[in-house]
Design a protein around this ligand. Structure first.
Ligand code: TYD
Length: 134
């Protein structure tokens, strides 16, 4: 599986650091929705779903977490711990997010509004739909 990271240019000076996100520039789609997770409790794993159409970019603005990505062929673990690095999720990938640090703020940019019908929440259904795509 190809893991697609987006390096985000950091404008740093003696005052600190700044990253700008611009749709269709460093974010490769039009941004319709932004959400973020924080105060995630210990030993929690979130996600357990794939999306049929949705494209997303995840950025750990603070702290760290681990993405477990599954394309139905292999499972790959990715640590997000850098506010200057985006993880692009632009295909039908099953994701689980775990090992949130206490201070983790995980922001996600998405190219569509929230739409439950785009979710695949059953792993066997995900495998079936992935097989149909190949
Ligand atoms: P949920 O899908 O359980 O999150 P995760 O996949 O990370 O485990 O979402 C938690 C709640 O938030 C659920 O009630 C749906 C709601 N929600 C929205 O209303 N809008 C959104 O953009 C997202 C991502 C979730």
């Amino acid at each position: 599986m190809e893991i697609k990271f987006i390096p985000l240019q950091t404008y740093g000076d003696e005052r600190g650091s700044l990253v700008a996100l611009e749709e269709t520039k460093n974010i490769p789609f039009s941004i319709k929705r932004v959400y973020y997770m924080f105060d995630t409790k210990k030993n929690v794993t979130r996600g357990y779903h794939a999306h049929r159409e949705l494209k997303q970019v995840a950025i750990a603005l603070k702290g760290s977490c681990k993405f477990i990505l599954d394309d139905s062929v292999e499972r790959v673990e990715v640590i997000l711990n850098d506010p200057a690095k985006g993880l692009l999720l632009d295909s039908v990938i099953w994701r689980e997010i775990t090992e949130f640090s206490d201070d983790c703020v995980l922001m996600v940019l998405a190219d569509h509004h929230y739409d439950e019908s785009d979710y695949i929440r059953d792993y066997n259904q995900f495998l079936e739909e992935s097989r149909n795509e190949i």
